[in-house]
Design a protein around this ligand. Structure first.
Ligand SMILES: [Zn+2]
Length: 715
């Protein structure tokens, strides 16, 4: 790779340099005070960076999920203080206009790590797509070839290692537990826990060159406080990482890159979160690069940058060979100076909501968004992207439209599902699917309010008003049958109502609406079939998920085999899953084989690990309770079931087992409160039926009948 001269760098402060001490700051600074401080700090001296100049330096990539650049003081925001990020910016180079290529966590991180656009690396959504490091090497592949060790400590379920990402690392920690009432896409762990994991890994490995991906999820919903509060919390965690690095003597000699994978709507164009739209609030992210020795500290680069530039930039700094796609080395002034436009896309509206996908190109002046009704924004006059100037600037529109057309349109949507998958879908009668998502789809901007209707229905269900929720969802779906998220919700509402056949139908419609999400729907169906003891159907559907969600499929197949008594198969499948849930199932298999000590050892070890990582593992305490009960250790069994209920109030089986253990201990008075609590926490016919069944097992036919009546009334 060629060396570069910073003098030509398209940086406001560089071009007019007159003396080393004079740093005119032409770009918009948050305050004059900050400008003065930076000027006093000297802006760093001219320093020509050459390829491999920082060979062997630790590379630390900090990804703060869902962080809009315009909500950081470094980028002009005045409502909060973020001293840690400010300090990094003062020691580093701030890219003022950095853009994400996709507003979704998994695809965006895959772009960051590979330097490829989503159509190139093939990971187009958080679910249903698998990253293949052998086909699309990551920057860590090149670094590991150069004797780096590569580690990742992540804080969100959507970035779990078995998406394929862990194959790009020597160490990958994603120990994120389940949480009652939280959708998997929102599952996270506190950044402080992730920080502990990262520090322990660095303690063991800092003698070698290393790469660390440190990912925290604080600004992502669900929020503990306001969005601003969460950004401040992320800054505090980042500050702790810097303190640790300084104490270890690593801060100064490391390349530290801080960025976010995408922004957050916050209602600017009607979207509260992210994934649907491609406006600036979803795409424009912070990007700060601190070099060893804080070389070139205080520079601000006004030229466009993109997250696919990160991998080639790291390759340049560390002097490793990483061939990637359209990204550039941000220290190559010629590449930076060249006019370019940055591609972004989102398939989320198509896959989840039945609306059109969006693609966009942003250049130094304009942002063009390709949609059923296309949009063009003049960023100089309208940074907030309020007025569509497409009709006034037809020539700009035509040129950006033509430029976007060069990104193969075939790449705009994944080719539905691969033929192998299509065969399996066809065999189960889900092939109608594929046609229904072709053809023109509605424009997301005309329908964004409908997301609110789905949220309201979800709220009704949460409040136990399942009948009303089902009615509302049926209304939403009759207007938009491609709304796969609504089918998923309707399926779970029918399950709560004990209307299992309707639930199965709803999940099936979900597959037809969104074949690429077939794995998730199929797994819901498999779980339901297991409960109904329809093991053949369960197995067929779990197998349908093998391609889209292999570990989820193996977990499900292990449970099916366990329930149907095939312990050898159950063991193979739980080992194939290679997940925490798989380990719990393996312990249950040992218990079923009478190997109580082995089972206990596994579960207690897992309990210790979970506690150290503040991780809630669904079913772990239940499995312990069940095992203790089998070993006649009833007091411990009772406590374990109570633990499970405290963590997962919707785990109906735990209440039922607890009631049995109470009776065995002759604690008859404690039974009613437990089953009443179950009904209060779940308020569904399904819960009332479990209560009825439990009383029947305990020999109280009269109370069982009362609960059956209650279930019938609520259905
Ligand atoms: Zn994200």
């Amino acid at each position: 790779m060629r060396s570069t001269t910073s003098r030509q760098l398209a940086v406001g402060s560089r071009q007019e340099d007159r003396s080393p001490a004079y740093c005119p700051l032409r770009t918009a600074y948050p305050s004059l005070l900050l400008a003065l401080l930076l000027a006093l700090a000297g802006c760093g001296r001219d320093h020509e960076i050459s390829s491999g100049e920082f060979r062997g330096a630790p590379v630390i990539l900090i990804s703060i999920d869902t962080l809009r650049s315009d909500r950081l003081p470094v980028y002009g925001y005045a409502n909060i203080r973020t001293p840690a990020i400010d300090a990094l910016a003062a020691d580093g180079i701030v890219f003022e206009r950095a853009y994400s290529n996709v507003p979704l966590t998994l695809p965006s991180h895959t772009s960051i790590l590979t330097g490829l656009l989503p159509p190139e690396h093939g990971v187009r959504n958080n679910v249903g797509f698998h990253y293949d490091v052998t086909k699309h090497p990551a920057i860590t592949t090149a670094l590991r070839n150069a004797n780096y060790k590569a580690a990742a400590a992540v804080s969100a379920y959507v970035l779990r290692g078995n998406t394929g990402l862990s194959d790009a690392f020597d160490f990958y920690d994603d120990a994120i537990g389940a949480e009652a009432g939280v959708a998997t896409g929102r599952l996270q762990r506190p950044g402080t826990v992730t920080l502990n994991v990262a520090q322990q890994w660095i303690d063991r490995n800092a003698a070698d060159p290393f790469f660390l991906l440190f990912h925290i999820f604080e600004p992502h919903s669900p929020h503990v406080g306001s969005y601003d509060d969460e950004v401040v919390a992320a800054d505090v965690i980042t500050g702790k990482l810097f303190e640790y690095l300084k104490a270890k003597g690593l801060y100064d000699k490391s390349v530290i890159i801080l960025l976010s994978d995408h922004g957050e709507g916050l209602g600017d164009h009607g979207e509260e979160e992210h994934g649907v739209f491609l406006y600036r609030e979803a795409l424009q992210v912070p990007l700060i690069v601190k070099l060893p020795g804080s070389v070139r500290r205080g520079e601000r680069v006004a030229t466009l940058a993109s997250l696919i530039d990160v991998a080639p930039t790291i390759a340049f700094l560390a002097g490793v060979d990483h061939s990637s796609g359209k990204g550039i080395n941000l220290f190559d002034p010629d590449a930076l100076a060249k006019r370019r436009a940055i591609y972004s896309e989102t398939l989320y509206p198509r896959i989840h909501l039945g609306w059109s996908e969006l693609r966009s190109l942003v250049d130094s002046q304009h942002h063009y968004i390709e949609a059923p009704k296309p949009e063009l924004y003049d960023l100089g006059a309208d940074a907030a992207e309020r007025s569509n100037v497409l009709n006034d600037q037809r020539r700009v529109y035509a040129s950006l439209r033509d430029e976007l057309a060069k990104y193969s349109h075939a790449a705009a949507t994944p080719a539905t599902v691969d033929p192998e998958e299509a065969k399996k879908l066809e065999a189960l009668g889900y092939l109608g699917s594929i046609k229904s998502t072709e053809g023109p789809l509605p424009d997301p901007k005309d329908h964004i309010q409908e997301l609110r209707a789905l949220q309201q229905a979800a709220r009704l269900a949460f409040e136990g008003r399942n009948k009303e929720a089902a009615e509302s969802l049926r209304g939403i779906l009759s207007a938009n049958p491609r709304f796969s998220d609504a089918w998923a919700k309707l399926g779970s509402v029918y399950e709560a109502l004990g209307q299992n056949e309707k639930a199965i139908q709803a999940y099936g419609e979900g597959i037809r609406a969104a074949p690429s999400s077939a794995a998730e729907f199929a797994l819901s169906m498999a779980e339901l079939y297991v409960r109904l003891h329809r093991f053949e159907d369960a197995k067929k559907h779990a197998e349908l998920a093998l391609a889209g969600n292999p570990s989820g499929a193996h977990e499900s197949l292990a449970r099916i085999a366990l329930e149907s008594g095939d312990l050898a198969l159950a063991e193979r499948e739980s080992r194939a899953a290679a997940t925490t849930a798989g380990t719990v199932i393996l312990a249950r298999i040992h218990a079923a084989q009478g190997r109580f000590d082995d089972a206990l050892h596994m579960l207690e070890q897992l309990r210790g690990e979970a506690a150290s990582k503040q991780m809630h593992v669904e079913g772990l305490e239940f499995a312990l309770g069940d095992l203790y009960a089998k070993m006649n250790r009833f007091a411990e069994a009772e406590q374990a079931f109570r633990n499970e209920i405290a963590m997962f109030p919707s785990d109906l089986q735990a209440y039922s087992s607890l009631a049995v253990v109470l009776v065995v201990q002759k604690k008859y008075d404690a039974v009613d409160p437990v089953l009443t609590q179950m009904a209060e926490n779940n308020r569904s016919p399904q819960a009332y039926l479990v209560a009825a069944k439990t009383y029947a097992v305990l020999g109280d036919a009269r109370t069982a009948a009362q609960w059956r009546n209650r279930a019938a009334q609520a259905q």
